[in-house]
Design a protein around this ligand. Structure first.
Ligand SMILES: Nc1nc2c(ncn2[C@@H]2O[C@H](COP(=O)(O)OP(=O)(O)O)[C@@H](O)[C@H]2O)c(=O)[nH]1
Ligand SMILES: [Mg+2]
Length: 251
């Protein structure tokens, strides 16, 4: 099992199978670790190339990470409604199967590239690079990357994004930042989503979730919002605007 993501996919699959055999001897363990390091090293290099390409086109890329169903696509729909006249937006969608999320985004008139990963539980920099090749980068100010729903693996794979946003929905429990610290530690912002449900939930305390988050992250902000009611969305849009420092259509 991969110590970085635990998944069995693509080129990693061979490595993992190899790992099980190789772990039998201490002498070869270091070989396995080196191969893992090399895979992440390759990913990081591609991520740097992606970042450079995005910078050349003045694109700000935001990587959205969370559990499945915590409201990433709903938030993007809300964001597009509010910001499509201000920024030229594109979306890269990551899921194991289906074009469902890309279709939801396209229904809003925004270009969306769907990556279906098969069995992989996260996006990687190479996948994002192949999506970038399908986009007209000159026509984009803000690029959202909706990562595969997973609170563990996406945190280990740099995609070339400029900012990480981790969502925690009120129905998941306020202890998740403590239980899954890595994905919250890499966050530049935590969004507590589905806050319209708070009156119905007697065991989710937003302050407790924030305290757990602050304990693992340094000083990243927290915004409580609801894509359904619109509560808190303005704070999210302000945060986005403050990180979209490049070309704007209303400047
Ligand atoms: N009550 C409530 N439900 C929401 C909210 N945002 C998303 N949902 C619902 O949560 C489910 C999953 O949302 P989706 O955006 O597909 O989540 P994703 O898997 O993270 O992209 C859908 O049924 C949404 O309607 C919200 O702010 N409030
Ligand atoms: Mg989604």
């Amino acid at each position: 099992m991969c110590s970085d993501c635990g998944c069995h996919h693509n080129k990693n699959h061979t490595v993992h199978n190899g790992e099980r055999a190789l772990l039998k001897t201490a002498a070869t363990t270091s070989t396995v670790i080196n191969v893992h390091r090399s895979l992440l090293f390759e990913n990081n290099q591609q991520a740097e190339r992606n970042r450079k390409q995005l910078r050349q086109h003045n694109i700000t890329a935001i990587n959205l990470m969370s559990s499945p169903g915590s409201g990433k696509t709903a938030l993007l729909e809300r964001t597009i409604d509010a910001f499509a006249s201000r920024y030229r937006i594109a979306v890269i969608e990551g899921d194991l199967e289906t074009e469902n999320d890309a279709k939801r985004i396209r229904a809003k008139g925004v270009t969306a590239i769907q990556i279906t990963t098969g069995s992989a539980c996260h996006l990687d920099a190479e996948m994002v690079n192949s999506a970038l090749q399908q986009l007209d980068l000159e026509q984009i100010d803000l690029l959202f990357i909706e990562n595969v729903g997973n609170l563990v693996c996406p945190a280990s794979f740099d995609l070339g994004q400029h900012r990480n946003v981790t969502l925690l929905s009120t129905t998941e429990g306020d202890d998740k930042p403590a239980k899954y610290p890595v994905i919250f530690r890499v966050a530049d912002l935590m969004l507590i989503t589905k806050c319209d449900l708070l009156p119905l939930l007697d065991d989710f305390d937003p302050q407790q979730a924030t305290d757990y988050f602050k304990a693992v992250s340094s000083c990243a902000p927290v915004i409580q919002l609801s894509s359904k009611s619109g509560m808190g969305i303005d704070g999210w849009l302000e945060w986005l605007a403050s990180h979209q420092t490049n070309k704007t259509t209303d400047a």
